[in-house]
Design a protein around this ligand. Structure first.
Ligand code: ZN
Ligand code: ZN
Length: 552
């Protein structure tokens, strides 16, 4: 069928950081790149996670040839435990990524039946009319890849998350020569990581962190407690290396992280000298200046080991003077307040705390502007779509592309749900598909809509007012003055008058209707309207108002 277009449909990760998911479609073949989650923003009260809306994929389930995963970070694999049971398609990824996905799936009891296929960096797979080649990229986790996708319309390159570190801790540097080769043959479209498009220059090498850790381990008078993401395997390696150099033993605190460390060791992505990794209870009697603890909690997650330690709530670890805590991660936007609180608590317990603002204990894993330029100039794509980032990151990345000579007409700043249709010489945004947030709250996925969130927001901000209205079963008349109970709204002692006045107000409102039997929906709406207005006038607050009718 001549003239069919290639469709590019991002379902997540554009105009937001997290829940990356990209659909590439040609006729009746679909491949999906990444299936990530996003941690909730502060106003998403009580929500555990956010995942992409896959209604578009569910409607075309029989066309999906596979899900390709770039690397094992949560924002690329975290939605798999929720989506795989619905889609039941094979997942293609590198070995370490498969290990991390298995750990995730096992946690959610979704491992059975999952088809996880390993492709090594440099290898490839044919999926319908697509031929996909995995090329190594450097990122803050080993075994990260980007994809070269041969389609009937042209070659598409997806960078995944990447940077151009020439001295990575583990894993390979980004394979620029392969991309350059491709560039000379002609690339239709480049999709490239925009997370750090705001930063000028180059991203520092991971080596910098290694040196800092080395100095800290040498000088720290007591224990060194390092916290990072459990998937930052290269960082864990650096901690082990620095500890070994200074004859410190390392204990991994927290079940989730221990699980990942065990997996990475067994697959050979982590290397530890014999006897250096020990259980917490094996550290009894070891001098504090020979101890390193590694934990999660770099985002201030309330249930993490570090936050428990900071709150003196951890079973085995208490901060003592002399302890040094290293927060080797940057807070994900939205988590800053939680992280700052944890840092404060640790200081209060007497620890020395080192974090990215005061020491070089973290470098991020994404390309800065000069690296982005380099990739664009090497690949020389006809069309360009910046991916992975808030709207401003995408815009700045687009400017970077223009600066190296890609015409603005050939750059598409898309948002989640946009449909971009590409021919060999032209591209056009032709529509939009559903791409809302899907909320995961405890055990329920997706059945929690924005109404529930709005209610939670209202309750948390302005509290709740319950109005108890007793009416005569026969006549429908008020039996007594309505009762009002409130929580989290106003101080009852100070606002006694206002509450009394509002009881009268409800009574007067309902008394007008003495001729009519008790019509519940009328009473419900009327009482809410009247009280909303009254309370707002009095307090400029909007509590949730819940009328109850009791028939006596
Ligand atoms: Zn990543
Ligand atoms: Zn990412």
């Amino acid at each position: 069928m001549a003239g069919s277009k290639l469709k590019i449909v991002p379902l997540g990760g554009l105009s937001e950081i997290g829940k990356n998911m990209m659909v590439i479609e040609y006729e009746d073949d679909i491949i999906v790149i990444d299936a990530g989650l996003m941690f909730p923003e502060e106003e998403m009260l009580g929500i555990d996670l956010v995942i992409p809306d896959i209604s578009y994929l569910l409607e075309r389930r029989e066309n999906i040839r596979g899900i390709l995963i770039t690397h094992g970070h949560e924002d690329h694999i975290g939605a798999l435990p929720y989506l795989l049971p619905q889609l039941d398609v094979p997942v293609y990824c590198t070995k370490l990524t498969r290990g991390l996905i298995s750990v995730k799936l096992k946690e959610r009891k979704a491992l059975a039946g999952a088809k996880l296929k390993v492709v090594s960096p440099g290898g490839g797979v044919t999926l319908g009319k697509f031929k996909v080649e995995f090329f190594p990229v450097c990122h803050s986790i080993p075994d990260a890849v980007g994809f070269i996708i041969y389609t009937p319309v042209g070659v598409v390159v997806h960078s995944g998350d990447f940077k151009l570190d020439y001295t990575p801790v583990s894993g390979k540097p980004t394979d620029l020569s392969r991309l350059a080769q491709l560039g000379t043959q002609g690339v239709l479209l480049l999709l490239s990581d925009s997370t750090y498009a705001e930063l000028q220059g180059y991203t520092p090498s991971e080596r910098v962190v290694g040196e800092t850790l080395d100095h800290i381990m040498a000088d720290a008078p007591g224990r060194v407690i390092v916290t990072t993401f459990s998937s930052l395997i290269s960082r864990i390696q650096q901690v082990i290396d620095a500890a070994a150099k200074h004859q410190r033993r390392v204990s991994v605190v927290g079940r989730g992280m221990r699980e990942i460390v065990r997996m990475a060791l067994s697959l050979g992505y982590l290397n530890a000298p014999e006897g250096i990794l020990v259980r917490l209870d094996e550290l009894r009697g070891v001098p504090h200046n020979k101890i390193v603890l590694v934990t999660t909690g770099s985002q201030g997650e309330p249930t993490s080991a570090l936050v428990r330690i900071a709150n003196r709530d951890h079973q085995q670890v208490r901060i003592v003077p002399g302890d040094t805590v290293i927060i080797s991660a940057t807070p994900i936007p939205g988590n800053e307040a939680l992280v700052n609180r944890t840092v404060d608590d640790l200081f209060k317990q007497g620890a020395r705390v080192l974090y990215d603002k005061v020491a070089r204990v973290h470098v991020h894993g994404h390309a800065s502007q000069e690296e982005l330029k380099l990739l664009l100039s090497v690949v020389k794509p006809k069309f360009f779509v910046p991916v992975h980032g808030e709207y401003r990151h995408l815009c700045l990345h687009s400017k970077v592309a223009q600066s190296i000579g890609i015409s603005e007409d050939n750059i598409f700043v898309l948002e989640d749900g946009s449909i971009l249709e590409l021919g060999p010489d032209s591209g056009k945004v032709t529509g939009k598909v559903a791409s809302d947030n899907v909320y995961v709250d405890g055990l329920s996925v997706g059945d929690l809509g924005s109404v529930v969130l709005r209610d939670r927001k209202m309750l948390s901000r302005d509290g709740i007012v319950m109005v108890i209205i007793a009416v005569n079963r026969q006549t429908g008349r008020l039996v007594s003055r309505p009762d009002i109970i409130s929580r989290g709204f106003v101080d009852i002692r100070e606002s006694k008058e206002m509450i009394e006045e509002s009881r009268d107000l409800v009574a007067r409102t309902l008394d007008h209707r003495r001729d009519r039997p008790a019509d519940w929906s009328f009473i419900n709406t009327k009482v809410r309207d009247v009280l909303y207005r009254y309370y707002y006038e009095q307090t400029k607050r909007r509590p949730m108002i819940l009328p109850f009718m009791v028939k006596v």
